[in-house]
Ligand binder design. Structure first.
Ligand code: ARG
Length: 298
């Protein structure tokens, strides 16, 4: 039975028994044409209103896009919209899913901040054109849900990790678990600097995860440690200032990460991963980096 698991006593699943799910080979990216820091909805943005260098941002985005392409990911591009300066963080507006018969589904987000709510229909349009069945959460029951910012697929398995506390509500995972017929392991977030699960939790492959431990409760850490064989821990500096855990490893081998995460990179290489460093400094000003600048799609 699908369910939402919040403590290790409830954890009966064995990873090897969770059905496999194809790993997506395509990504969606939104151009940074209208990216800037214009309001403050997370602590990282506070000092940075009006400081984004648009040319630098475009260069960084271009390099990130070609890095995805170099590791074999096919990138689809959506133009950013005027007056939606955070739309470039396209991990947040949706949660896509492919079922066992190959049908594509997507849940559209309920953005936490009013400033970001209008991004959702632009992203929805892409899914509509790409043959996805669109699902909505009931906004009378659920306050917020920010897509793959908080909902992260376990590499290659029909198992979802769901962060809650700042941008997404725990109740959202009940609906998602039922509709997609999958278990969700829910992790409460307790440090405002790590307001999305993708800021402190990066699934690298089926057995390995990179986390920032202080962003989680004791129950959360127990859940993580019971499912993954290897848990790599990022330092406070690299996690907070360089968003080390907002890296991404789309194929279970190649990790793309903000440059300068020296300790994390050593641990990643020692664990057998290939590390590709990119600069996302302009996007760090808004509280985002590599992971949230793309959406993996089927
Ligand atoms: N300024 C954006 C916000 O606060 C950044 C989003 C980054 N996305 C992420 N998944 N971490 O919503």
């Amino acid at each position: 039975m699908p369910k939402v698991i919040t403590s290790s006593e409830q954890l009966e699943l064995k990873l090897s028994e969770v059905p496999e799910m194809p790993i997506p080979k395509d990504a969606l990216m939104v151009t940074p044409k209208h990216f800037s820091v214009e309001y403050v909805i997370n602590p990282h943005m506070a000092q940075n209103v009006g400081t984004v260098n648009k040319l630098e941002a475009r260069n960084e985005w271009d390099v990130l896009k070609s890095t995805f392409e170099q590791i074999g990911i096919n990138v689809h591009v959506i133009e950013g919209e005027e007056d939606l300066p955070d739309m470039v963080f396209c991990a947040n507006q949706s949660l896509p899913y492919i079922n066992e018969t190959g049908d594509k589904h997507v849940f559209m987000s309920i953005m936490h901040a009013d400033e970001r709510k209008e991004e959702v229909p632009f992203i929805e349009q892409w899914y509509r054109q790409s043959g996805y069945e669109i699902h909505y959460l009931d906004d009378n029951e659920i306050d917020d849900f920010e897509g793959c910012g908080d909902a992260i697929w376990h590499n290659g398995r029909r198992l979802l990790w769901g962060g809650y506390g700042y941008r997404s509500s725990l109740q959202a995972y009940e609906t998602i678990s039922e509709t997609f017929d999958i278990p969700v392991i829910a992790l409460e977030l307790v440090d405002e600097d790590f307001y999305h699960l993708d800021t402190c939790f990066c699934v690298l492959d089926e057995n390995t995860v990179l986390i920032y431990p202080d962003a989680f409760t004791k129950e959360g850490l127990e859940l993580i440690n019971s499912v993954f064989n290897k848990v790599i821990k990022a330092s406070k500096y690299e996690a907070t200032k360089l968003f080390a855990c907002n890296a991404t490893c789309p194929d279970g081998k190649n990790v793309i990460i903000q440059q300068g995460c020296t300790d994390a990179n050593k641990n990643l290489r020692d664990a057998g991963f290939s590390v590709h460093e990119v600069s996302t400094y302009e996007f760090l000003k808004s509280g985002g980096s590599v992971f949230c600048m793309k959406m993996m799609v089927w």
